[in-house]
Design a protein around this ligand. Structure first.
Ligand SMILES: O=c1ccn([C@@H]2O[C@H](COP(=O)(O)OP(=O)(O)O[C@H]3O[C@H](CO)[C@@H](O)[C@H](O)[C@H]3O)[C@@H](O)[C@H]2O)c(=O)[nH]1
Ligand SMILES: [Mn+2]
Length: 850
């Protein structure tokens, strides 16, 4: 691993460099921050090993001069190991210095390592590895270092999808912050478009987006001008000095004279006031009162129910180019797909497919189309005109309609509760996509890890750190549903085999995909659609169609009857049939032989909100667990097609991680056994040497997992807490397999961020945890509708091993136990108490054998 890491770093000689310049000239663009990190890391290591320093010095030079000096794999392994050891020693002596984890690739076991990606995808951050003096820098580029040069007009466009589902559980101010952070990304504004899909069809969400777009017009130019690092206002206003990049803002803030500081303070408070205004407006506008604002547009929502309404498409803001600040804000579109009570809508995957289908084709925004849309100014927007009752059918309609427009090759997928914490994130992803990879299994998607600002989702972090980085070395990371850049053609069902090295469709694929019959089978039989899909698959952009042509074509495909023969949700787009649609889709892509890349920058590129431990957390884990087992029984199951699919064997094994929640069954028995043995007065463990074996295995497991946690910087406490929660999904899946009930997507509750001006950083507290934060890790028994099994039986005396086992059980289920002895909302309601008592009685009767 270390050797690979170092080689990856060495690989960075073939560095990828994205250059962006407004005047469209090709210039080197350097990211100061990464350069700083790299420099501190190298100087740190320099002390550790002279030979390693030589390697790093080599790295800073152009490849032509150094290739002869490169170490062998064996050598680099030794160098890396020596450097690690001495860095650790040094750190122990001098306290935390620049952390070794900042050194890309080297310290793969450390948290927040800069990047792990399959070596063939190279090392995107290499762009930051630049010699200090600008003289040298230009020399390098003039010497022809392999730089990926892109003029602005050549950069691919990216559509950003933000799904939201419930304005109560997902307060619109959270969505607004996510959207603002995306709109303000460092990427040409006319190449970005942000689509908010609202499954709740809430006027409140629409209203807040409208307000957001107004605020964006001052916020986005401000962020870009001062290179603000954290571009979600609620985080920025926690501590603007830290949130700002080191560059101009800090310079202005610190160094310039009183006058400019005053101006900046005025600036800041102005923004803060504007943001507060936005926040208040959004938060105050509950109920229907704001509908009476005289805003005609909101009338669209008057008859819409979350579960029963036709499609609503609203262009909240359109980037028409032009001059000044306004051209800095990308398109912002609100859409709410059609829903009818009798039809399945496939939760988030349905929403994503709708977005993919609908709008991934908007690299050049067809402004004429939307202008006429808004001039119609009613809910009967264009898409609503081809309204069909069946939602599934409706989706296919959208596919056909969108096929008539231009194709955007990449799309970013972000949950509404995850803001972009790194303004360069699109460029980082593009560095991976735009490399001319020689390998045929090109990168299908780029995943950034999920990290959270409001709670330590310790177990997830540990899993990501081990599983995520591990699989990154096989076929690539799993798609986790958020913080992921997808390639459109892959979502359309292409395999790597279908493409030539230059990205064109191969001749056999041309026959297979572009055959009229198969196109009709997959996408429908409209001629216009067939033409546009062919162009999309060939990687061409479609010619713009005039609006009238578009309407005609769309109406023509409006009443067709081939919907159910299409592959949408089966092999195309986000796959259905699991509430963990991310896992499902991910397997679908890897099964076809694509690889993926993992970018793991520090600080994290996206930060989200997630419930820590408590009722909400268990609801979420239950959904994940259920979704994961559902995946096992699907067509895309990692257990199927052992020899037919192109997924690598070790990648397949990695997917079996989804079985993790099954461990709750033996755990449950393990919890019951000590009590059973105590009641029956029998021994749980064998005597003699066999006991030693059992104890050794259990101890090794515990110590190993504990080490994983502590190694990632988490406390022993978080290791204890991670065990609760998987059991409930077993129950769900049994009911689904027996056909008794279906599994739904319960949206996790998000907490409203609180903003604090300048007074410094204060961590955001979860609102429903109340003022007393010591309750954060307690299980809420009250309102726990899903609390059905209990597993705490203890007492009596028996062998030491049995007693130790009991202690372990108590430790593992500590949050439940704390709840047992608490009062009020953390106490146990009488009904649960009586059910538990009954279960316990049955258990005792069974155990004692009466
Ligand atoms: O019918 C639905 C349900 C949910 N969502 C959206 O899906 C996203 C994720 O929902 P959330 O409640 O936040 O779930 P989490 O458990 O936090 O999400 C994780 O797990 C999900 C699968 O269970 C993945 O889809 C997510 O990407 C992943 O971040 C949110 O933006 C929701 O608005 C919809 O658009 N429609
Ligand atoms: Mn979430």
């Amino acid at each position: 691993m270390i050797a690979r890491g170092l080689l990856q770093a060495l690989d960075s000689r073939q560095r990828t460099l994205l250059t962006l310049e407004d005047n469209q000239s090709v210039q080197t663009q350097t990211d100061n921050r990464w350069e700083g990190i790299w420099r501190s890391a190298t100087s740190h290591y320099r002390g550790g090993s002279r030979r390693l320093a030589r390697v790093f010095n080599i790295l800073e030079l152009p490849p032509m001069e150094t290739s002869a000096d490169l170490p062998t794999i064996q050598e680099s392994h030794e160098l890396a190991a020596t450097a690690l050891r001495s860095a650790k020693r040094r750190r122990r002596r001098t306290g935390p210095g620049p952390s070794p984890r900042l050194l890309p690739g080297l310290c793969s076991r450390k948290k927040n390592m800069a990047i792990v990606s399959p070596a063939r995808h190279g090392f995107p951050f290499a762009s930051s590895v630049q010699p200090k003096q600008s003289k040298q820098r230009s020399a390098i580029s003039s010497r022809g270092l392999p730089i990926l040069n892109f003029r602005i007009c050549d950069l691919p466009s990216v559509d950003m999808f933000v799904p939201t589902a419930n304005p109560v559980r997902e307060p619109p101010i959270i969505v607004a912050n996510t959207v603002l952070s995306l709109l303000a990304l460092n990427y040409p504004a006319n190449k970005l478009a942000c689509y908010v899909s609202d499954d709740g069809c809430s006027p409140l969400t629409y209203f807040s987006l409208k307000e957001t777009s107004k605020f964006a017009k001052i916020w986005v130019p401000f962020c870009k001008k001062y290179n603000v690092r954290v571009r979600a206002p609620f985080r920025y206003f926690l501590n603007p000095l830290v949130a700002a990049y080191d560059s101009e803002f800090r310079k202005d803030w610190k160094m310039t004279k009183v006058m400019s500081v005053v101006i900046l303070i005025y600036f800041f408070f102005n923004f803060f006031r504007e943001y507060e205004k936005l926040r208040r407006k959004v938060e105050d506008s509950t109920g229907d009162s704001f509908l009476l604002d005289g805003d005609d547009e909101l009338e669209t929502f008057s008859n819409a129910k979350p579960n029963n309404h036709s499609t609503i498409v609203k262009v909240v803001w359109e980037n028409k180019g032009g001059v000044g600040d306004e051209k800095e804000v990308p398109h912002l579109v609100y859409i709410s797909r059609e829903k009818r009570p009798d039809y399945v809508h496939h939760y988030k995957s349905g929403a994503m497919n709708f977005l993919v289908i609908d709008f991934s084709n908007t690299s050049i925004f067809p402004s004429f189309r939307y202008r006429s849309l808004s001039s119609s100014g009613s809910s009967e927007s264009f898409f609503a005109r081809i309204d069909i009752n069946n939602v599934m059918i409706h989706e296919f309609e959208q596919l056909r309609v969108s096929g008539l427009m231009t194709n955007a090759p990449y799309m970013l997928n972000v949950d509404c509760d995850m803001y972009a914490n790194e303004a360069d994130v699109v460029r980082q992803a593009m560095c991976v996509f735009l490399q001319k990879s020689k390998s045929p299994d090109r990168c299908a998607f780029v995943q950034f890890p999920q990290e959270f600002y409001d709670s330590n989702s310790d177990e997830l972090a540990v899993v990501q750190s081990y599983l995520g980085r591990g699989v990154a070395g096989i076929q690539g990371p799993l798609y986790c549903g958020s913080g992921c850049f997808h390639t459109r053609r892959v979502m359309y069902g292409l395999s790597p085999d279908n493409l030539e090295n230059n990205g064109d469709l191969s001749s056999s694929a041309t026959i297979e995909f572009l055959d009229e019959d198969s196109l009709a089978r997959k996408f429908g039989s409209s001629k216009e659609l067939v033409i546009s899909i062919v162009e999309a698959l060939q990687g061409k952009s479609n010619p713009k169609t005039s609006l009238t042509d578009f309407i005609e074509a769309a109406q023509m495909v409006g009443h067709c009857h081939y919907e159910h023969q299409t592959n949408w949700g089966k092999t195309l787009g986000c796959l259905y049939d699991s509430v963990a649609e991310d896992m499902n889709t991910s397997i679908g892509i890897h099964l076809r032989g694509w690889s993926s890349s993992y970018i793991c920058p520090d600080p994290p590129a996206f930060l989200g909100s997630t419930p820590s431990v408590g009722f909400e957390a268990i609801v979420q884990q239950r959904r994940w667990g259920t979704g994961a087992i559902e995946v096992l029984f699907n067509k895309q199951s990692p257990l199927r097609g052992m020899f037919s699919s192109k997924i690598r064997f070790r990648q397949r094994l990695a997917y079996l991680w989804v079985l993790m929640c099954l461990r709750s069954i033996p755990e449950l028995f393990y919890c019951l056994l000590p009590a059973y043995c105590l009641l029956r007065n029998t021994a749980l463990y064998p005597k003699g040497p066999c006991l030693a074996i059992t104890v050794t295995i259990v101890a090794m497991h515990c110590l190993y997992t504990l080490w994983q946690f502590t190694n990632n910087g988490f406390s022993v406490r978080s290791w204890i807490l991670a065990t609760c929660g998987w059991l409930f999904s077993i129950h769900d899946i049994l009911l689904k397999l027996l056909g008794i009930s279906n599994v739904g997507f319960v949206v996790a509750k998000k907490t409203t961020p609180k903003t604090m001006p300048i007074s410094g950083y204060e961590p955001i507290q979860r609102q429903d945890d109340g003022p007393n934060s010591c309750y954060v890790h307690k299980f809420e028994f009250d309102n726990s509708c899903h609390f059905r099994s209990s597993c705490h039986h203890e007492g009596g005396r028996s062998g030491l091993a049995e007693n130790c086992a009991c202690i372990l059980v108590i430790l593992l289920f500590l949050p439940f136990l704390k709840g047992l002895f608490a009062k009020g909302k953390y106490g146990i309601p009488l009904s649960t108490l009586s059910k538990a008592a009954l279960l316990a009685m049955i258990f005792v009767v069974f155990a004692v054998g009466y």
